[in-house]
Design a protein around this ligand. Structure first.
Ligand code: GDD
Ligand code: MN
Length: 410
């Protein structure tokens, strides 16, 4: 008697679980791109997933024939939603299924789905039919007319909430108000920042390091992505047909954490973009090592070898300078210089570093003269202030000139 084929071999393959950084790959890296990828995050949606897939494919097939995909991202649901979705794949080639094990959460599920997606336009819709699928066509239309993001909103004309309790309405609006206070530059841009139903151009978030918390994936995309043109489409949040909401008090805590993180991160990122603090700190550490080398060399040349004081100063300064260049090239700007291997490029950088730091020495002398002789400042204080200014000068001009130029050619 023939042994029945092993079920696992006949079932279509699941998508490999996306790993690593929460970062959406660039469109140029997609081998066989599509126009649209819609992520359906699920947890215990076994009773809804079939209806979702049937409804979505009926809606999208005529509009984007063979040019879209649905990706169910299931967090290893106890009701085995992933398995029910997998069983649908034979009839729906547009459907892919990712079973996540060891990682949980609505927002990260969406991003993992976008990581595996091939679409130029990325979307998310709840897997419980509470987000009316037919709104998708209007959202897609807005994107195709030039919007970078199209959000289904309960708070614009045509929007609404079916039978939410007063408490749930109050908490949702309260959360929005809190968002307006903590993160006005993000939450204030849209009418329904709590929405979990939207589309976004991949180009707005590709290669950005995302770090969401809880349920509010929209905040993360708006907070970290580069989104200018936003469209909103009104929709009425439906009643659940099957299963229940997974929202608990935990999501509220995560929401506040997320707002605070985006706020501080936003400030840090803006600062970081304007002034790379991490690199500057490394430059400072190297500078200190140079100070040490300079003093030891000076003592050796002037005290031990009895060389002339000016000659000892210049030689020790140059040795310290080469020390600094070596460590900056390896560590502070290593990520840039690695793109420019070879002795010639190395020498070019060393020469530029010398010129910039040489100019820094002249600048230091000028500043000390100005501060102490003209403004009457105490010489030691003038020297310290001049060193601080020259460190900034050395860092910024070297970053923009000595290393940045080599970076341009990578
Ligand atoms: N993969 C995965 N992992 N999916 C999850 C998880 C999770 O940890 N938690 C929830 N989901 C899925 C659910 O299966 C459902 O498909 C969708 O995410 C929304 O979850 P619900 O628990 O039904 O949320 P809700 O209906 O109370 O609120 C939804 O609508 C609001 C208005 O748009 C969520 O999308 C909220 O974020 C949104 O504000
Ligand atoms: Mn729901």
């Amino acid at each position: 008697m023939q042994t029945p084929p092993n079920l696992a071999t006949t079932q279509p393959a699941l998508l490999p679980q996306a790993q690593g950084e929460l970062c959406v790959p660039a469109q140029r890296s997609i081998a066989d791109p599509l126009t649209f990828s819609l992520i359906i995050p699920t947890f215990n949606e076994g009773g809804n997933v079939g209806a979702m897939v049937r409804c979505l494919t009926k809606l999208l097939d005529p509009v984007l024939p063979d040019n879209y995909e649905l990706i169910v991202v299931d967090d290893d649901s106890p009701d085995r939603t992933w398995e029910r979705a997998q069983a649908l794949m034979a009839d729906y080639p547009q459907l892919q299924v990712m079973r996540r094990q060891g990682e949980r959460g609505l927002s990260t599920a969406v991003i993992r789905g976008w990581q595996a997606a091939r679409g130029e336009i990325l979307g998310v819709i709840d897997g419980d039919l509470q987000h009316p699928p037919e709104i998708l066509l209007q959202l897609l239309g807005n994107i195709q007319q030039g919007a970078e993001m199209a959000i289904a909103s309960r708070h614009v004309s045509g929007g609404g909430i079916s039978e939410w309790s007063l408490f749930r309405r109050m908490t949702s609006r309260g959360a929005q108000l809190l968002g307006l206070v903590i993160l006005p530059q993000v939450v204030g841009r849209i009418s329904d920042p709590m929405s979990g139903y939207f589309l976004v151009q991949r180009s707005c978030i590709e290669e950005f390091q995302l770090n969401p918390a809880g349920y509010k994936i929209l905040l993360e995309v708006l907070g970290r992505g580069k989104v200018e043109r936003i469209a909103e489409v009104g929709y009425v949040f439906q009643e659940r047909q099957d299963g229940e909401s997974k929202v608990t008090w935990r999501q509220s805590v995560e929401y506040i954490q997320h707002l605070v993180r985006l706020r501080s991160r936003g400030r840090l990122e803006r600062l970081h973009q304007k002034f790379p603090i991490g690199r500057f700190l490394r430059f400072g550490v190297v500078g200190f090592s140079g100070l040490f080398v300079d003093m030891v060399m000076f003592a050796l040349l002037f005290n031990t070898l009895r060389l002339d004081v000016i000659l000892s100063t210049l030689l020790s300064a140059e040795v310290a300078l080469i020390n600094n260049f070596f460590w900056n090239d390896l560590w502070t700007f290593g990520d840039i210089s690695r793109h420019q291997p070879g002795k010639r490029q190395w020498l070019k950088r060393l020469l530029k570093f010398n010129v910039v730091c040489g100019a820094g020495i002249v600048l230091q002398g000028t500043l000390v003269g100005l501060l102490s002789k003209v403004l009457g400042m105490d010489a030691l204080l003038a020297k310290l202030l001049a060193i601080a200014i020259v460190v900034l000068w050395n860092f910024w001009i070297n970053f923009k000139l000595s290393w940045r130029v080599t970076d341009v050619k990578k």
